[in-house]
Write a protein that binds this ligand. Structure first.
Ligand SMILES: [Zn+2]
Length: 278
């Protein structure tokens, strides 16, 4: 198993709330979400803690069990909730949560799971790669983002509009008709998008947090095909370097309106060498 990855926090002074980890035959990528500093969350541990605990629990589960990825996520959400339900208010709307993207390879198949806005890309050898994503968060967010997008990043007005936006979005999280993330409720796992593809049809796979996928799905600077080629030839760190360069060219979010000028960014690239036919 030859896999390359890179992860970088939005700024050296902030903890990285993304998580990426690998075990034999599986890779797990999470993007923690919660409340910005100054907002009440009901949890004393924080978002980075939540993402690391859920990610490492998922890795332990996938190492020990052949249950479905959905079942593994259900169990892991329960386990992590049990680590702090006696100290924290897990019913608080701002309780820490995380996106999940997960791949498991067995002898003949590749299983995938995505929940919320992390992305999995499969290179199936065709011109257009297969992009696996859960767009519910994006669709709900688009309905409530106009005021926020109109304000320049880094201003008090933007910070205040972001606070209001997060409050509104918290009201749609893990609700029917809203969007779903891993948080305190194990039922959210059943809202994951999942699938299985024959392993011999996939040449490579990439997992990206939205801080890394933004080069394509927000900035539109490269196609998904070009992004996969970039990962294959220059590696995940180069992808993040290009994201940072684009962000620095648009510090106020005028060309590409976005909540965070910089976001935690994580990319994993997993090539599958094809068997040689005589
Ligand atoms: Zn807690």
């Amino acid at each position: 198993m030859r896999l390359s990855l890179a992860t970088e926090s939005s700024s050296p002074s902030r903890p990285n709330e993304d998580f990426v980890g690998v075990t034999s035959g599986a890779v797990v990528l999470l993007d923690g979400a919660g409340t910005p500093g100054g907002m009440e969350s009901g949890c004393s541990h924080g978002v980075a803690w939540y993402a690391r605990m859920l990610g490492s629990t998922l890795l332990a589960e996938v190492t020990q069990s052949v249950a479905s990825l959905t079942e593994l996520l259900t169990r892991s959400i329960k386990t992590v909730a049990s680590l702090h339900d006696f100290t924290c208010d897990l019913t608080h709307p701002g309780t820490p949560s995380a996106t999940v993207a997960m791949l498991r390879r067995t002898d003949d198949s590749l299983e995938w799971l995505v929940l919320a806005d992390s992305v999995i890309i499969l290179d199936t050898g065709t011109a257009e790669p297969t992009v696996l994503s859960d767009d519910r968060l994006e669709r709900i967010g688009a309905l409530h983002r106009a005021e926020l997008d109109a304000l320049p990043n880094g201003t008090p007005e933007h910070t205040e509009a972001l606070r209001r936006y997060i409050e509104v979005m918290n009201g749609h999280r893990n609700r029917e008709g809203g969007f779903w993330t891993a948080s305190a409720d194990p039922l959210a796992a059943e809202q994951s998008l999942t699938g299985t593809v024959p392993a011999d049809q996939v040449r490579a796979a990439a997992l990206l947090s939205d801080g890394a996928s933004r080069l394509t799905d927000l900035f539109g600077l490269v196609t998904w095909r070009r992004l996969l080629d970039l990962l294959a030839h220059d590696g995940p760190q180069e992808l993040i370097t290009r994201v940072r360069a684009a962000e620095h060219d648009d510090p106020r979010g005028t060309r590409w309106p976005r909540h965070k000028t910089h976001d935690d960014a994580t990319a994993a690239f997993w090539p599958f060498p094809q068997p040689r036919h005589p």
